[in-house]
Write a protein that binds this ligand. Structure first.
Ligand code: CA
Ligand code: CA
Length: 281
C-alpha cells in the first residue's frame, strides 16, 4: 500500500455518504452495474494504467487531488459491491488537470477480481474500471467404479455451467485425477457425479491461486440416481441380473462396465450398499 494522506479520510467519508448501508468496516455500494468496457488490462510487467477523462462538466479542476482505490470484489449483476478495509489492494493520489487524471503503472499487491474507484471527483466516488484475476486451475481426485471417467460440473453465480471429465480411473484403485484449467476466480457450486453412482455437491470459492479441492469417493450402485444405494436399486439390479448390457433395462447396473450384469456387479453393489459420497480431505 502506498502513501495515505489526510485526503483519504475525506474520501472514505464520501464513500460512506454515497453508500446505502454501513456495517462496521464493510460498505455496500448498491445498484452498481458491471460494465465490461471498463476492464483494465495489465502491461507485460503486470502494471495497470488508468486515464480518466471527465465525463460530465465540473467533475475535475486543475490541481484537484484525486484518490484511486483498488478494492477486491466485482459488483454482481444483481446486487452491489461490498467493500471492506481488508480488501483494499492499492491506494494512491495525484492531482488532476482541468479535464483528466492519470494513474500510470500502478500495481495492486495481489490480483484478485477488483474494482477501481476514484474519489475526490465532484459528485462522489466513481467506479472507473475493473481488474479481472487471471484464471487458475482447480484439481482433485475421485474414486469411482468402472472404466469411464467422472463428470465435474461448475455452476457460477450467474448459473453458467461448465462441465469437465476426470481422467480415466486407474485400473487397480479406481482413483481418477481431475484438472480443471482456466477457471475464473469466483464462487461456484461444484458437483462430481457419474452414471449409476452417488454424487457429491458443495460450494467452492476460487480465488487468485491454483486450488486443490480435495479427494472424493462416489459409490456405484445408485441406479435410480436418488442419492442413496438401497433396496430399490437392488430391485433394479435383480431385474437385469444375468443380462448383457445391450438387453438391460438399466445399463447403469453394469457397475464394472464389462458388458454384462452378473455376480461381479452384485458384489460391488453389496459392498457399496447404504453408503453416501464422502470427501476425504
Ligand atoms: Ca438409489
Ligand atoms: Ca458387469
Amino acid at each position: 500500500m502506498k502513501k495515505i494522506r489526510p485526503l483519504l479520510f475525506f474520501f472514505i467519508l464520501s464513500v460512506f455518504l454515497f453508500s446505502f448501508s454501513i456495517l462496521a468496516t464493510t460498505i455496500t455500494l448498491e445498484g452498481v452495474e458491471i460494465d465490461s468496457s471498463k476492464l483494465l488490462v495489465p502491461d507485460e510487467n503486470w502494471k495497470y494504467s488508468l486515464i480518466y477523462q471527465e465525463e460530465s462538466p465540473e467533475e475535475l479542476s486543475d490541481g484537484q487531488q484525486i484518490v484511486i482505490l483498488v478494492v477486491k470484489g466485482i459488483a454482481s449483476e444483481i446486487g452491489g459491491l461490498i467493500i471492506s478495509a481488508d480488501t483494499i489492494q492499492y491506494i494512491d493520489q495525484t492531482a488532476s488537470t482541468d479535464t483528466k487524471v492519470e494513474f500510470l503503472g500502478f500495481m495492486p499487491k495481489k490480483v484478485p477480481n477488483c474494482t477501481v474507484l476514484l474519489g475526490g471527483i465532484a459528485g462522489g466516488p466513481k467506479i472507473v474500471g475493473y481488474i479481472e484475476a487471471e484464471p487458475v486451475s482447480v484439481k482433485g481426485k475421485v474414486k469411482i467404479e468402472g472404466l469411464t471417467p467422472a463428470t465435474i460440473e461448475l455452476v457460477d453465480e450467474f448459473n453458467h455451467v461448465q462441465s469437465f471429465f476426470s481422467d480415466l480411473p486407474a485400473k487397480n484403485s479406481g482413483i481418477a485425477d481431475f484438472l480443471l484449467e482456466k477457471v475464473k476466480p469466483g464462487n461456484y457450486s461444484f458437483k462430481i457425479s457419474k452414471f449409476g453412482h452417488t454424487s457429491h455437491s458443495q460450494t467452492i470459492a476460487v480465488e487468485e491461486f491454483d486450488l486443490y479441492i480435495g479427494s472424493f469417493i462416489i459409490y456405484g450402485g445408485d441406479f435410480n440416481h436418488n442419492g442413496s444405494i438401497n433396496v430399490y436399486d437392488l430391485g433394479l439390479l435383480l431385474d437385469d441380473y444375468g443380462k448383457d448390457v445391450k438387453d438391460a433395462l438399466n445399463t447403469a447396473c453394469d457397475i464394472n462396465e464389462n458388458g454384462s450384469i452378473n455376480v461381479y456387479d452384485l458384489s460391488i453393489f453389496l459392498d457399496n450398499y447404504g453408503k453416501q459420497s464422502i470427501k476425504l480431505n
